[in-house]
Every structure is written in structure tokens, then in C-alpha cells.
Design a protein around this ligand. Structure first.
Ligand code: FPP
Length: 236
């Protein structure tokens, strides 16, 4: 039960930043004989559940991989659907974010998204800027290799010394701690061009659960598993 799982979580050893590769929407729908879009819509329920759960437990930052730079290769109808869903989500969620003191930010090349969505992101992140309970980072049109190349270009141009710390300042995540825990749903054992620099020492958690079935219980299980790990960061 959720209550029992929550009680098992050690609040003094919470991951500060959880990043999630939300995968399996299409398979979830296929299993039910439904079009893939139904899986994406059902995935929104899980998005809401994990945000709420992180906030309740006290996780400071949550990154959700919502649309990769490679996802443009999908059929136009699916891309259109995902963009509409994102737009609908941003419209509906503002009130919820404000009430729950959550700041929305994004990682990725937002300039490549439809203009309407760019404006919505700008508005929601601006209006939630002062919210301090938690940061919700949506990875949109995000690709890690592209991010690193752009960071290198920025660093070279700045003429600063080429160090890890300085390079990090040119990544989308410059204001965030690196993820402590990276979760991927749906049983795929891949990183898929996601936060390659930032996950150098993240704990990885793979679950067969498809994203639309990923509940608060599943998130708590991942956190409990994370808390059993010994993090040595290369030391003894
Ligand atoms: C991967 O499942 C999921 C995506 C590419 C999109 C994720 C989007 C959502 C959960 C909904 C929108 C999110 C927000 C934040 C508004 P897949 O389609 O690759 O599944 P499959 O591997 O089973 O085909």
C-alpha cells in the first residue's frame, strides 16, 4: 500500500533530483487494442502522479523526458498529437503548479517547438518563477549530444578555462544538481541520448512497468531501491 511504502522512505536520504525516461505509452495502448495516442493521454495521469508524489515526499527536482530531439522522426500525426497534449497540459497545469509551489523549467531546444507552445512555456515558467517547493524540468526537443556540442561552443566562445565546472554552466541544467536517480520505464535498458553528462554518477533504475501504469507506488519503490544503494562516487 502507498502509505506503507511512503513510511519506508528515509526522508534524510532522499534523492534531490529524480529524472525519468517515460517509456511504453505505445505498448500500453497496443496491449489494449487502442491507438498509440491513447497511451500518451493515459501517460499524463502518471505525469501528475509522480509530480504530486515528489512534492509530498520532499524531492526538490524532477526531470521528465517528454519529447526527444529524435522524436521528430515519428509519424506527423503522432507528433501533432503529442504537441497538442503538451499544450493542453501547460494550459491546465498552471493553477496546479501555483497551488503546489512548483517552478516549471525546460531543457532542450525550445525554439524548435511550435510557437504557441514556446509562448505557453515562457508564460508558465515566468509565472511560476518564485515557486520554491520543487522544480519541474520538462525535457522537450532535448538531445544530450546536441546539448554537449552547444555547451562546448559556448564555453570556447566565452574564452573561459575548459573545465568540467565551466562546461556544466553551458548545459540546460546549469541551475540544477545532477540527477541522483534516473528511472526508465517499460523494460528498455537504454539511456537514449538523455543527460549523458549529468548522469555520470546517477543511480539507474529500470522497471518493466509501462509509463501509463507507473504510479506513486512505483515511484516509492524506485526511491526505496535507491536508498539501499551505496554511492561511492568512485571512492572506496
Ligand atoms: C514514450 O513512449 C513516450 C513519449 C515519447 C512521450 C512521453 C509523453 C507523455 C507521457 C505525455 C506528455 C507529457 C507531458 C509532460 C505533457 P513510446 O511512445 O515510445 O512508447 P512505446 O515505446 O511503447 O512505443
Amino acid at each position: 500500500m502507498l502509505k506503507d511504502l511512503i513510511e519506508k522512505i528515509d526522508r534524510n536520504r532522499l534523492p534531490q533530483h529524480i529524472a525519468i525516461i517515460m517509456d511504453g505509452n505505445g505498448r500500453w495502448a497496443k496491449k489494449r487494442g487502442l491507438p498509440r495516442t491513447f497511451g500518451h493521454r493515459a501517460g499524463i495521469k502518471s505525469v501528475r502522479a509522480v509530480i504530486e508524489c515528489c512534492r509530498e515526499i520532499g524531492v526538490k527536482c524532477l526531470t521528465l523526458y517528454a519529447f526527444s530531439a529524435e522524436n521528430w522522426q515519428r509519424p506527423r500525426t503522432e507528433i501533432f498529437f503529442l504537441m497538442s497534449l503538451l499544450s493542453e497540459y501547460l494550459k491546465k497545469e498552471l493553477k496546479e503548479l501555483q497551488e503546489n509551489n512548483i517552478h516549471l523549467i525546460t531543457s532542450g531546444d525550445v525554439s524548435g517547438l511550435p510557437e504557441k507552445i514556446q509562448k505557453q512555456i515562457e508564460e508558465v515558467s515566468c509565472l511560476t518563477r518564485a515557486n520554491s517547493k520543487m522544480t519541474l524540468n520538462l525535457a522537450l526537443n532535448y538531445g544530450s549530444k546536441q546539448e554537449i556540442v552547444n555547451a562546448i561552443k559556448g564555453l570556447v566562445k566565452s574564452k573561459k578555462e575548459i573545465t568540467e565546472k565551466n562546461l556544466s554552466q553551458f548545459l540546460y541544467t546549469k541551475d540544477l544538481p545532477d540527477p541522483d536517480l534516473l528511472i526508465r520505464t517499460s523494460g528498455e535498458l537504454r539511456i537514449s541520448n538523455f543527460m549523458l553528462w549529468q548522469i555520470a554518477y546517477s543511480e539507474l533504475y529500470f522497471t518493466p512497468v509501462l509509463w501509463p501504469d507507473f504510479s506513486k507506488d512505483e515511484l516509492c519503490k524506485a526511491i526505496i531501491d535507491y536508498q539501499k544503494r551505496e554511492r561511492r562516487f568512485g571512492a572506496l
